[in-house]
Each structure stands twice: as C-alpha cells, then as structure tokens.
Design a protein around this ligand. Structure first.
Ligand code: C2E
Ligand code: CA
Ligand code: CA
Ligand code: CA
Length: 279
C-alpha cells in the first residue's frame, strides 16, 4: 500500500502551493480593482405588488477582471472578506450607489453590507458622508444584512445598527430562513424589511409546505411592522400568488435581471407591471 502512495504527498503539496498561488494572484488583482476602475454596480428593480411600479433597486457588485472577464460576487466577496479588502470595496459600493441614486429621486435603493465592514470598517461615517455628498434623504437608503452579522461583537453591531436607524437609514434582513437562527436575529434587531430567500420562492405553488412557510413569514413580518420582499421571482404566477399572500414587494428575473444604470433609467421613463395591479 505504501508503494501505491509514493509521491502523493509531494503531489498534494504541489497542489496546495498551486491553490495558494492562484489565491495570492486573485488577491493582488482584487487590490487593483478599485484604483483601476474595474468594479461596477448593476441594479435590480424592486416592484411594489399593489401599484405594479418599480419603487426601488438593489445594487449588486460586479468585477470586470482584465483577463477573466466578469467575475461574479460569489467568487470574490469571500476572498475580499478574508483579506479585509471588503472594507474599501464596501465603502466604494456605498459611495457609488449614492452617486447613482442621486439621479433617481423617486427610488429607494438597497446596498449589501458585509459583517466584516460592520466590525472593522467605519460604516457610519461612510454612510453619512456618502449621503451628504450626494444630498440624499437617508430614508431612501436600505442596508441589507445577513445573520452572519450577529456571530461576533453582537452588542457593538446592534449599537451601529441603532445609530444608522437613528439617521433614518433602513435595515433589511437578507436571505431570511436560510441560516440557523433567523428568528433569534429577528428578535435582536428592528428590521424595516424582511427579504424571503429565493429558495422558498422556487417552491411556491409546488408544495403546500413552501406556500405555508412563505405565508407564515409574510404574516410574521407584518405583525412586527416589517415590509416583506420576495426574492427570485421568475414567473408571473409566482408574483400573483405572492400578491394574494399579502407580500408587499418582489424582485427577480420576471421583472428584470440586475442591469446597468442606463437600463434602470429607461424603465423609469415608461414602464410598469399593471397586470399585477389589476388582480
Ligand atoms: P443576494 O444579496 O441575495 O443577491 C441576490 C442574488 O440573486 C443576486 O446574485 C441576483 O443576481 C440573483 N437573482 C436575482 N433575481 C433572481 C432570480 O429571479 N433568479 C435567480 N436564480 N437569481 C436571481 P449576484 O448578483 O450574483 O450576487 C450574489 C451575492 O453576492 C448576493 O446575494 C450578495 O450576498 C453578494 N453581493 C452582491 N453584491 C454585493 C456587495 O456590493 N457587497 C457585498 N458584501 N456582497 C454583495
Ligand atoms: Ca449622480
Ligand atoms: Ca441582497
Ligand atoms: Ca438575498
């Protein structure tokens, strides 16, 4: 058996070295992404189910890598968090989203913020100065957080969230239902909005269980004074069902994929989803 494995440790070590190199390379690339203007925001419409109108957008980060092309956030946000690069990147996202939103006074806008930025960054100052610079009403900004935010420094995190809320900024709970302690988290933080994870929406109309869970989340949110948003809505049937269930707001491919700001501008001019309002 020993003979069979000869050389495998060396192979393993080489493999690890290779992985480390790739990672170091990507980290170096990511470090240059902001100064070289490779980061970009796309925006996904958020539609009110009562009016059938776009009421807001969620900003989603894109990296246009010089050789790899467009790298999706799932492939670099984690690395950015591990290396601390998420702090300058996250600051850039907030400032860029505010700069863009200043052109869309009729829309609310949502920004995803990493737990690392809450713990190590200076989020309050970043948000305050970005809103000031662009002259934006803090009520239009919504910060989306996931339960990872409560894993460490809970009291400090809650204090920062309270300060943001005192400024008028809204807080949304992202990916509700996917973590271990969504309910506990709901108890600790006064959210303005609860975003039902797209994995539940995918089961809508297919299983009684999925329908009942979504109904329960919408009702729970309503009883706590929170708006509900359903993510990953891909069909008109799903949107109609969600409307019947009392969901306030939706986003998903049916209404629009994340898109460049110019496309949002076009939707603002003459678009709505009146087939929903009619129901
Ligand atoms: P998320 O915040 O849950 O964002 C929703 C993701 O679902 C987005 O993927 C969006 O493109 C996708 N999506 C929207 N509608 C549909 C649909 O109808 N069907 C399906 N299958 N997918 C849909 P994206 O843009 O690749 O972002 C992935 C994740 O990366 C985000 O999940 C968020 O956690 C993170 N992320 C994105 N931008 C930022 C950012 O600026 N900062 C931080 N910290 N994280 C970000
Ligand atoms: Ca502007
Ligand atoms: Ca989000
Ligand atoms: Ca989400």
């Amino acid at each position: 058996a020993k003979g069979k494995c000869r050389g495998s440790l060396q192979f393993f070590a080489e493999h690890m070295n290779q992985q480390l190199l790739i990672r170091k390379q990507l980290e170096g690339d990511l470090r240059r992404a902001i100064p070289e203007g490779q980061l970009e925001l796309e925006f996904q419409p958020q539609v009110n189910l009562t009016s059938g109108k776009m009421v807001g957008v969620e900003a989603l980060l894109r990296w246009n890598h010089p050789t790899k092309g467009r790298v999706p956030p799932d492939q670099f946000v984690h690395l950015a968090e591990e290396t601390g690069l998420i702090i300058p990147i996250g600051d850039w996202v907030i400032r860029q989203a505010c700069a863009q939103a200043s052109d869309w006074p009729e829309l609310k806008f949502a920004v995803n913020v990493s737990p690392i930025q809450f713990r190590q960054g200076n989020i309050i100052e970043t948000v305050r100065s970005a809103l000031d610079t662009e002259g934006i009403d803090p009520n239009r900004l919504e910060i989306e957080i996931t339960e990872g935010i409560l894993l460490q420094n809970t009291e400090e995190t809650i204090a920062i969230l309270s300060e943001l809320k005192a400024m008028g900024v809204r807080i949304a709970m992202d990916d509700f239902g996917t973590g271990y302690s969504s309910l506990n988290y709901l108890r600790r933080i006064e959210f303005d909005k609860i975003k039902i994870d797209q994995s539940f929406i995918a089961g809508l109309g297919r299983s009684t269980e999925a329908d009942c869970i979504i109904q329960a989340v919408i009702d729970l949110g309503a009883s706590l004074g929170m708006t509900s948003n359903a993510e990953g809505v891909e069909t008109l049937a799903q949107a109609r069902k969600l409307k019947q269930q009392g969901c306030k707001e939706v986003q998903g491919y049916f209404f629009g994929r994340p898109m460049p700001s110019t496309s949002i501008q076009e939707l603002l001019v003459d678009h709505d989803w009146m087939m929903l309002a009619a129901d």
